[in-house]
Design a protein around this ligand. Structure first.
Ligand code: MG
Length: 248
């Protein structure tokens, strides 16, 4: 399909969608608590998005049943909301998209529930720092590989592993556009970043092995060794002034 560059007007629309996600994530700090099911959480997210004039990007995409992907502890991504009860000490990852006036914004946050282990706190902080390092590279003249390498460096310096099987992506009229945005240096050709490109950068970071398995439900991706995983994602626009994060 090729990389689609957006106009200033298109970026403004995506920024409005991104703002909806930003505000939703702030609310979820108090919504995500012990005793709430992931299905109830998904219902809250769906209503919040619709109430603000957007549509949940993920609902029915490729057949996904939820409005958000909700992944707990060793679940990496694509967790299906349902009857699972959130417990004290869990790490809950919420990945959600908002579609507004024909354009998507895509973002994810990891939430510690109550008191989590020191190791969990360090994993979350590292993943967030890796995302920040990647976003900072989203400037004209760089290549996608600059983002990938910056993410990988932060993760591996902390002794953690970057998931290889799932990557970030371009985002715009389609939730998933070119280019692929790996969280690791993959070698070979890497697209040049140009003004108006919009990317979803989304490191998935495991405390143990990088390897993952998909559950029998055909969606939920888990760490193969059962270790904890974290994920943060933001949609960023490449501008002449540097990275413009649309979902913060
Ligand atoms: Mg994404």
């Amino acid at each position: 399909m090729g990389i689609i560059v957006k106009s200033r007007a298109e970026l403004a629309t995506m920024r409005r969608a991104g703002t909806v996600l930003r505000d939703l994530f702030a609310e979820l700090v108090t919504v995500i608590r012990p005793g709430v099911t992931t299905g109830e959480l998904d219902g809250y997210i769906e209503r919040a998005i619709i109430d603000r004039g957007c549509r949940p990007s993920f609902k029915n995409l490729y057949g996904f049943p939820g409005s958000a992907c909700i992944s707990v502890n060793d679940e990496v991504v694509h967790g299906i909301p349902g009857n699972r009860v959130i417990e004290e000490g869990d790490v809950v990852k919420v990945d959600v998209g908002a579609l507004l006036d024909g354009y998507h914004a895509d973002a994810a946050r990891s939430y510690p529930v109550g008191i989590v282990s020191g190791e969990a706190q360090r994993l979350l902080a590292t993943t967030r720092a890796a995302l920040d390092a990647g976003l900072a590279q989203a400037r004209p003249g760089n290549r996608v590989a600059h983002i990938s390498s910056a993410v990988q460096a932060v993760v591996e310096e902390a002794g953690y592993a970057v998931v290889r099987d799932y990557v970030g992506h371009g985002v715009g009229r389609d939730l998933h556009e070119d280019p692929r945005v790996p969280n690791f240096a993959s070698g070979g050709y890497s697209p040049l970043l140009r003004v108006g490109m919009t990317l979803a950068v989304e490191p998935m970071v495991n405390a143990g092995t990088a390897q993952v398995v998909v559950r029998d439900d055909k969606w939920t991706v888990c760490t193969r060794d059962g270790a904890l995983s974290a994920n943060y994602e933001d949609t960023v626009a490449v501008t002449e002034h540097g990275p413009y994060v649309l979902t913060r």
